[in-house]
Design a protein around this ligand. Structure first.
Ligand code: COA
Length: 188
């Protein structure tokens, strides 16, 4: 298990992308992550939609090297930050984890969410040796749901009115994928 944790703290290359674990980020990279995460196009789809203060974010980054269950990666294309992918609550015994993803809203290149999610599946299934991935998505986040379906995720459940936004209660959809269902070849 220690070997797998060490792998998750190393840079991973997949196709034209470099996935840099948060534990290796320099200050400029850490700040780039903070800018993306606090962009209104991203926060509106997060369970925690409050802006994150920079000092709190930098402390979070500093603590990443001690992580044994939560692994976040900055995705770079030609050194440019194109998004963030995460494996949360990694259970190396049952070989499962929860997924997080966002794309740089300032990204003017051709990078798609599918590129990032494909990289995440490569890390999860080929490097971390996981068997299944789970996620929860706000039911009105059609763009993300379409992306998850495209890569091979299936809908597994619905939590009705579980998330409060202003005076509205939102539904969340549970989705999951098993290693054999990953449609990596269709994306090439
Ligand atoms: C989710 C996210 C990574 C997807 O990235 P993306 O580049 O849009 O993903 P893709 O283009 O590969 O796939 C999205 C699909 O939805 C479609 N789509 C885009 N906007 C849409 C909209 N408003 N309504 C319906 N479909 C839409 C795209 O056309 C594409 O489908 P296609 O491949 O059949 O054309 C990105 O939108 C993001 O970072 N969102 C904010 C954070 C977020 O929601 N994270 C997920 C939380 S669970």
């Amino acid at each position: 298990m220690d070997e797998l944790i060490n792998i998750m703290h190393d840079e991973i290359n997949y196709r034209d992308f470099t996935f840099r674990p948060f534990s290796l980020l320099n200050d400029a990279e850490a700040e780039a992550v903070w800018r993306m995460r606090n962009h209104p196009d991203i926060t509106c789809w997060m369970v925690n939609s409050e802006p994150i203060p920079l000092a709190q974010h930098l402390l979070f980054i500093k603590n990443q090297q001690n992580q044994t269950k939560n692994f976040n990666f900055l995705a770079q294309f030609n050194k440019f930050p194109v998004g963030v992918i995460s494996l949360h609550d990694v259970d190396f015994i049952n070989q499962s984890a929860r997924v997080g993803i966002y794309k740089n809203p300032e990204n003017l290149t051709h990078i798609t969410g599918a590129d990032l999610l494909d990289g995440l599946c490569d890390i999860a299934f080929n490097h971390a040796q996981l068997h299944t991935l789970k996620l929860e998505v706000i039911a009105s986040n059609i763009r993300a749901i379409k992306l998850y379906h495209k890569v091979g995720f299936q809908e597994e459940g619905l939590s009705r009115e579980i998330l409060k936004r202003g005076n509205q209660f939102l539904d969340m959809i549970q989705m999951g994928i098993i290693d054999r269902e990953w449609k990596k070849y269709e994306l090439e």
